[in-house]
Design a protein around this ligand. Sequence first.
Ligand SMILES: Nc1nc2c(ncn2[C@@H]2O[C@H](COP(=O)(O)OP(=O)(O)OP(=O)(O)O)[C@@H](O)[C@H]2O)c(=O)[nH]1
Ligand SMILES: [Mg+2]
Ligand SMILES: [Zn+2]
Length: 297
Amino acid sequence: MSMETGMRQGTLVRGFGGFYVAEADGREYTLRCKKKFRRMKLSPLVGDEVRFIPGEGEEHGWLEEILPRGSECLRPPVANVSLLLIVVAPEPAPDLLLVDRIMVRARQQGMKLALVVNKCDLDPALAEVLRRQYGGADAPVYAASAAEKRGLEDIRQAMAGELCCLTGQSGVGKSTLLNALLGLSLETGEISQRILRGKNTPRHAELLMKDGLRVLDTAGFSLLELDAAMEPVALREYYPEFREHEGQCRFIPCYHDREPGCAVREACENGSIDPERLERYRALLTEVRKRWRERYD
Ligand SMILES: Nc1nc2c(ncn2[C@@H]2O[C@H](COP(=O)(O)OP(=O)(O)OP(=O)(O)O)[C@@H](O)[C@H]2O)c(=O)[nH]1
Ligand SMILES: [Mg+2]
Ligand SMILES: [Zn+2]
């Protein structure tokens, strides 16, 4: 804390009814936002790094500055997610097109990615399928069972130092996993209190901090819509497995769709790029092309 200004730096962990709560040095501070933010059309988001002046005693303090964001999402409204954990499970049946779509969106935001295959107690084979399909996708695959508390330590290690968020289809076990990862499973009081608070005040996101792990608890991390303004030729940039083949296709630029002499398709025929992953890429490409054509409609 600087003696001249009383200014502190912290992380916004939640907001409610026009107030914001910042965490700094293991303490929470309730803040209000200066009017200048509204003038600047700038809304603080959970996950923001902020500078603030604490209030005296029971008084709220003032949020003075939002530091530049690493990433920013609007649904849910969160900032600075650095690692997105995409959770899949044998049940409900995985929707890998959804996974790929989320991956593209997350990469556009500069997030790192990891795939968590939960419910491995039901079927240990799914993790192997994903390892095969995503081997070149720069997203490690973790096999876990939140129910049996297995495979959690590797995930915790990957999460250390990151601002994490879990996403995935309903029912894959995100909430169960979050409790297991943060060791909240026995502290049902903590959880039910959260639920109670959530009922009273609509809570879009809350940053949970425990044992050095930082995870955003959000109701439904959508990220589902592909950017309407994305040029079709840009989609391939979000596929790390294509990188070593770029510039080797007969046509420049090549969409790696059905063009003759496409090095990516050859890599797929040679087994170094997974055919299902490439097939889904083409499905997304078709979608991006359609949006691009209709972008001014
Ligand atoms: N067998 C098994 N079941 C699990 C595991 N993890 C979670 N479940 C069960 O799967 C169901 C859904 O779990 P949730 O944690 O509510 O799933 P969620 O992803 O948070 O779902 P939404 O909140 O709807 O998005 C519950 O009945 C859990 O008990 C697991 O590792 N193995
Ligand atoms: Mg849930
Ligand atoms: Zn090509």
